[in-house]
Write a new protein. Structure first.
Length: 122
């Protein structure tokens, strides 16, 4: 799995967290996604049909992050990975990093993130 499409810094609003305020008011999330697949045919054909349209992937990620509120960003990242692996059969695996830049914690820091890697179970 040496080939991949890398999507970085996708900003989306969501209502995820354990506190009532986090689930009531949208806050920013940033998603990075690495899509592992063989890009040999796409490189030869120069045809979008031989790869994965990243604009569609971004729309899928947006729907999940903006969708149902979850307590944990771990759950949201897993839902993104599961959905992408189900929808895009060309994928061998995905790595999702979900950043929560402004968690409601009294400490000053740049944010928190989770990163998960999942393979296609064929």
């Amino acid at each position: 799995m040496a080939d991949k499409i890398i999507l970085t810094g996708f900003e989306v609003s969501g209502r995820h967290g354990c506190s009532e305020a986090e689930r009531k008011h949208a806050q920013p999330f940033v998603v990075d996604a690495e899509l592992f697949l063989d890009l040999t045919q796409a490189a030869k054909s120069d045809d979008l049909g031989d790869t994965i349209d990243y604009a569609t992937v971004l729309a899928d990620i947006r729907k999940i992050v903006e969708g149902t509120s979850r307590n944990l960003i771990e759950t949201v990242a897993q839902e993104i990975a599961d959905f992408l692996l189900r929808r895009y059969m060309l994928l061998d695996g995905v790595k999702i990093t979900l950043h929560k830049p402004n968690p409601p914690i009294g400490e000053k820091f740049a944010g928190v993130a989770v990163e998960i890697f999942r393979r296609h179970s064929r």
